[in-house]
Design a protein around this ligand. Sequence first.
Ligand code: FNR
Length: 391
Amino acid sequence: MSTILPDQLAKYPAISDLRKRAKRRLPLVAWEYLDMGTGDDVAVSRNRTGLDNVTLLPQFLKGEQTQNTETKLFGRTYAFPFGVAPIGLTGLMWPNAEIILAKAAAHYSFPYCLSTAATQTPETIGTVVGNMGWFQLYPPRDEAICDDLLKRARDSGFHTLVVTADVPAASRRERASRAGLRLPPRITPRFVWQAVRRPAWAIATLRHGLPRLRMVEKYVNSEGTLNSASLTNASQFVGERFGGTLSWAYLQRVRDLWNGPIVLKGLLHPNDTEKAIGMGIDGIGVSNHGGRQFDGAPAAIDALPGIMQQVAGRAAIVFDSGMRSGLDVIRALALGADFVLLGRAFMFGVAAFGEQGGAHVAEILLADLKTNMAQLGVTTIEEIKQLHQET
Ligand code: FNR
């Protein structure tokens, strides 16, 4: 892990600073893929407004206090109550992003969730992530592929499974389409023009090569009809074989296969949580996919209290969508989350500072989390979780 210079942190003290720098360093197509929502990006704004509207009442005169951010989830202890959300096609935004973030997770002891649509394999990431690995499953149509993916994840040391529920179909994501994103990324004159104006990205990408969906390449080759390991075939394969398959029966099968905690990610309706708990799902992932799937979705933070009431402590609540600061993490915990994931914030860091990006984001979140805990007069994550009962 390369160390961050204090000057770098002082000059870029917030995720919004990293976002601005990331935008300057990425070719338009990669930037749009990272930053976009879907439709008119209303759900993205709604996430922000919903979070900004959560205010908390501080209490004072507690004397000198120190803040402890350690958190327990599914019987494991993490240094912070947050981790990295699964991100697909990661290598398009920055080469080796998965390795950079997995290293940061291992270094600080927070979870890193590897996506099925990752550009690295579980075997590679398993060697760097230590015991901080979570694995995200987009459910494949073929049972044999599902079984093999789960086995590979398990054999590589990933202990917590995240099953994504909120992609019943691909969403339109018009910004990426306008910017010229085609899967696989093609070397068109427009793409070259975008890339040469972003030399840091272009040099890093030239060094590592264009991204490949390494996770699923193995199955593309074994298909027979799709016999090359190129991204063309892999992305076509993912589109055809991984979409719209999840049902309660499918989930039950995954539950039976996975010997460890499962988080069902993307729930917004309290009714869905009831079924999930009934079949032994350990974590309810309250999320609107960062506003990337359904522009008519409520802010995820607005759905959280209803879900918390319904779940009533019978499962853990893992929240994501719109988190950009330690204060946001506190807001989600105070409204009922047990743990929080951040997607874009971590990728802004990597796009802004490459190797140092994961650590830079962790330092920002940690400093902001501790400062705001002090402002509120709380010293532990458990005390934050009690706040909703008091307000
Ligand atoms: C995602 N997300 C996502 N989720 C998932 O389950 N599997 C995936 O492969 C991806 N891929 C992905 C790519 C990109 C570029 C983004 C921004 C997001 C959704 C992600 O896990 C998480 O729900 C959101 O990122 C949370 O919102 P914030 O933190 O980005 O605002």
